[in-house]
Design a protein around this ligand. Sequence first.
Ligand SMILES: NC(=O)c1ccc[n+]([C@@H]2O[C@H](COP(=O)([O-])OP(=O)(O)OC[C@H]3O[C@@H](n4cnc5c(N)ncnc54)[C@H](OP(=O)(O)O)[C@@H]3O)[C@@H](O)[C@H]2O)c1
Length: 299
Amino acid sequence: MKELLKNKVAVVSGSSMGIGKAIALELLQQGAKVLLNGRDREKLKSTKKEFAGLGYEVPVVTADIRSPEQCYFLIAETLKSYGRLDILVNNAGLSSRGSVEEMADMNFKLLSETNYTGAAHLSKYAIPYIKETQGNIIFINSAGGFRGMPYNSAYSASKMAQAGLADALRIELSDYGIHVGIAFVGFTKNDPQKAILDVDGSLVYLPKRTNLRLATPESVAQSVRQMIVKRKNSITLTGLGLFANFSIRYLPWFSNWLLMLNRGKIKRNITMIGGEKVKERTINSKKHEDVLSSSKVEI
Ligand SMILES: NC(=O)c1ccc[n+]([C@@H]2O[C@H](COP(=O)([O-])OP(=O)(O)OC[C@H]3O[C@@H](n4cnc5c(N)ncnc54)[C@H](OP(=O)(O)O)[C@@H]3O)[C@@H](O)[C@H]2O)c1
């Protein structure tokens, strides 16, 4: 196999499962050296073991990207492990559901800290090193990042903020040969462990999506790898994602009308889809704060 990213060093935030894990594996298969990240040490250890079984030894760092100090720590540990940094993939993300009126106050903060300011801090601390390698800063965004989406407002607003950051950064960094890419990802097959923020601030496992044509984490990862290699500014994935992009950009009145027309269906499909509550893992709990304070590198 051609190793398109031989000896490049990459850090992928939120790579213990789902799309981030698939991106990490794709980069490893293309010859890159990768560092994994997440908050849950056990989940990271199990991914590390799985990768070792495939022949890839990877360091893992537990760090919560909501904390600027831990973003700094994650980048510093990448430098300590590999001595350079070529690719930052801002993948770690959190999703939610529910109307603005009913939304727990904390949800707005958690979503913007994870999807927006977390990516901003990681990028800020990575820039000096990526300047040296003229590498890539990648943002894993969403088809929900094109415009405010009803009953998914806090998530889509945080992804729109992230998209704004990426656009600004691309211009700011253009004189340094740094590539800034953004992937607008459509509905993707979820890891069974994927949990989202419910309207009341609790975490709930996302029920399996059955009524949609889904991308796979592997196909998303391949598209992201292509974006990195070809230094594309932006990619949009899935048919629904492409349709949303086109209509929101070029026919905003039409997309507004369509959302207005389907608001009842959207409410039912997003807000009231059930899902088992995540036990022992409420994001506001002491347990979560413990994860925050105990971050460390394991090589
Ligand atoms: N799945 C989809 O349909 C879809 C569609 C469009 C866009 N996306 C975007 O794709 C990205 C990945 O989504 P996914 O579905 O793969 O998510 P996922 O299965 O929930 O995985 C999220 C990953 O991020 C980590 N993470 C979450 N919060 C973190 C934090 N504060 N600090 C560090 N790590 C954190 C999680 O590990 P810990 O919980 O252990 O921290 C996990 O490794 C997200 O940015 C999402 O918005 C997904």
